[in-house]
Design a protein around this ligand. Sequence first.
Ligand code: NAP
Length: 316
Amino acid sequence: QRDGSVWTRIWVVAESTIDRRPPVSGATRLAAVIGDPVRHSLSPTLLGAAFAETGLDWTYVALEVADGSVRGALDGMRAFGISGLSVTMPHKAAVAALVDRCVDDAAALGAVNCVVVEEGQLVGYNTDGGGFLDGLAHDSGMDVTGRRVVVLGAGGAARAVVQALAGAGASEVVVANRTLERAEEAAAMAGSVGRAVELSLGHSDGRLEGALVDALGGAELVVNATSVGMGGVSEMSTIHQPVDPALIGVGSVVVDLIYYPAETALMAAMRVRGVETYGGLSMLVCQAARAFTLWTGVEAPVVAMRAAAQDVLASR
Ligand code: NAP
């Protein structure tokens, strides 16, 4: 009886932990994540839950691959017949350069987070941007078409989000970054709707760029893609906010790509002001869900994947 009661929720959680896979056998297919470090990656949790929930005869492991050993890892993928590969830091750019080909988005980003075997070829994809849009749709129901957006940060995550936003029809994508040159490179991912401004942390010194103030004041969506705010729950002061929250309009939606802690200092400040705000868990789940579907052709069990990730994060 799915009535939202405590017992129903316990039943749903218990059900989601059942492993529906057949026992590992000679026919079991293998997928993996490569990174360095990779020990704390949530990918084995997310994809492991997806295979367990769907009952597909796949297993998923984390493989630590040292910087500089990516060519060998991809050769190993071919030799072992590994059926799917997730790629995390610091290998996304190296994999993009070494796979047989990249799909358009990944080629433009120069970064691959998912390798798919297609007719014997290793094909590089990047599911981060699509995962962000899926997560946003799940959390807020927002369609970004025609929206004015500010993205704080210009690293790998920001670039993928900027590209996805422009591709989905955002009318303006302002990239604000501490290093202006990187903001310009990331804004270029959005073509004619992209614009770069400097991100000055003007909490107290009053040296705020007018362009940043104007962009934040008019934004319908603000995305924090800087790493400011990552870390422990005790870090709730303004120095753990990428920008002064007072500059963000109360009518906007704020997404912080950080998923640990579940509520960052920026999110807490926005919540106090009554602003709709979300963390990065949905993007994390949805980019993994896209990888799962690319490998298997099966719809991803996102509810089970999210529950598994929340369980692990809650115990950190
Ligand atoms: P990255 O490539 O290292 O980029 C880091 C960004 O943060 C850069 O724009 C950097 O600015 C900025 N930054 C760092 N310290 C700063 C400071 N003190 N003040 C102002 N700006 C600062 O990292 P990334 O891979 O893009 O990841 C960025 C964040 O997104 C991380 O928190 C990561 O956990 C999160 N993320 C989430 C997901 C998800 O699925 N939810 C996926 C990927 C990443 P400069 O260019 O000036 O150095």
